[in-house]
Design a protein around this ligand. Structure first.
Ligand SMILES: [Zn+2]
Length: 440
């Protein structure tokens, strides 16, 4: 036994030490915390971590490889806090989307429940650098039994009786909640996603047990019949889709998630006081909102025209108003998307969410970058390790040719993306092909 161990250790020692330190010199630095941009800065990294930042020429960087990035702007790596990589699993498609994300500046995504057998392998490949991809943090879905009639659930748990997979649990009042959470931990998930068709009591029990066992809780903002206020009172960690919070204004809660009746927006007042109350409780309970606003704005028109499309639950205007109200109250907002752009698009979905926050919500650009970086890290529970450019954190950042504070469309001027210290020049990007994204 000892001989085997020492052989293993000798093998480890044979792995070459991390590459020499690298000094990215002379860029304007936006650190992701919301602090003002700093001109002419140096950023020193060693291996996968940030060592130091400081005014150009002031860092001790003997032996470091120097890269001149003067005239550029450096921001932390972007985070898409709402993606689906495997519903149904299709690794060719997922790898293509991940590649477009990474070369577009995204260094981390939050996968909001899918077939975790597939997502787990993608996460491993991304983590060790076998594929060009953001790092992936993911959730297992728990929902009431009605939800498991949804064909998407069968698609993410093929080969397993519906509702019994460790990553897709059907829950009722007889479920052994502690066992369910323990089984989720076996999937290497970061969180449970509380999706649909659960009572307020079950939402509270699931949340408490997940936290007790060290998992996060990423919830839909309305679960039905549990109301938005119930999830907030249960102290989930994040709520997805700001739109659904507005069901709180309705006197009668819809019995199930499958009842897709949109929010009755006639009940809303300007700066609605019921919404304000929810936002106050969200702040008090340190919850983050994964707003997914651009989805509602961009899909409103096409869905109205398509008689077969599922109706959206809010108009684009209502989603803009809610997000404005939440932002004005200081509620943390991350940039999730929950849609997929066609193969012809050269840049990832999350850029649309940044543009939504700047153009529609009128958030200050520095705050938008904070939402897309540090708040994304908070959404995935990774804020100690990443999300901002600070010594000790992982070296996840984007070198932009033009300043996003001048015009957020400059988020597309990507020159190089660095994830865990490894540089991915945009020039190396292989565009997504329609064949990769085809569902067949
Ligand atoms: Zn989703």
């Amino acid at each position: 036994m000892i001989r085997i161990l020492s052989a293993l250790l000798a093998g480890l020692a044979a792995i070459p030490a991390t590459a020499a330190p690298v000094l990215y010199s002379g860029a304007t630095l936006i650190d992701g915390t919301g602090a003002p941009a700093r001109a002419r800065q140096d950023l020193l990294i060693d291996g996968e971590r940030i060592v130091a930042t400081g005014p150009a020429g002031t860092l001790k960087a003997d032996g470091a490889k120097r890269i001149d990035v003067s005239g550029r702007t450096i921001i932390p790596g972007l985070v898409d806090s709402h993606v689906h990589l495997a519903t149904p699993p299709n690794s060719t498609r997922a790898r293509a989307l991940l590649r477009r994300n990474l070369y577009g500046g995204v260094t981390m995504v939050r996968d909001m429940a899918d077939d975790l057998r597939s997502v787990g392998e993608l996460a491993r490949e991304a983590r060790v650098g076998e594929i060009p991809a953001p790092d992936i943090y993911y959730a297992a879905v728990v929902a009431g039994t009605d939800f498991f009639k949804d064909p998407r659930v069968a698609a993410i748990s093929a080969g397993v009786p519906v509702g019994t997979a460790p990553w897709a649990h059907a829950i009722d009042n007889n479920s052994n909640i502690a066992e369910v959470i323990t089984l989720v931990r076996g999937t290497s998930a970061t969180a449970i996603k509380i999706y649909a068709d659960l009572s307020a009591d079950l939402v509270a029990k699931l949340t408490a047990e997940a936290h007790r066992q060290g998992l996060m809780v990423w919830a839909h903002s309305a679960v039905f019949p549990a109301r938005p206020a119930d999830g907030i009172a249960a102290r989930v960690d994040s709520v997805s889709h700001i739109c659904y919070l507005a069901y709180q204004v309705e006197p009668d809660v819809h019995p199930s998630y499958e009842d897709r009746t949109p929010v009755d927006e006639r009940l809303l007042k300007p700066n609605d006081p019921v919404m304000a109350g929810l936002f106050r409780d969200i702040l008090a309970n340190k919850i983050l909102i994964d707003a997914t606003g651009s989805l509602f704005v961009r899909e409103e028109g096409p869905r109205r025209k398509d008689p077969k499309a599922k109706p959206l639950r809010c108009t684009g205007k209502a989603v803009i108003d809610f997000t404005k109200q939440a932002a004005a109250m200081g509620v943390p907002i991350s940039t999730g998307t929950d849609f997929t752009l066609p193969a012809t698009d050269a840049f990832p979905e999350v850029h649309e969410e940044l543009l939504f926050l700047v153009r529609d919500v009128k958030m200050p650009p520095l705050q938008v970058i904070r939402s897309a970086t540090l708040m994304g890290a908070v959404a995935a529970g990774q804020q100690k390790e990443r999300g901002s450019i600070e010594p000790g954190k992982l070296a996840d950042f984007v070198v932009l040719k033009a300043d996003p504070l001048q015009d957020m469309a400059n988020i597309r001027s990507v020159e190089t993306v660095v994830k865990r210290g490894r540089a991915y020049p945009r020039a190396d990007y292989v565009p997504v092909s329609p064949a990769e994204l085809s569902r067949d």
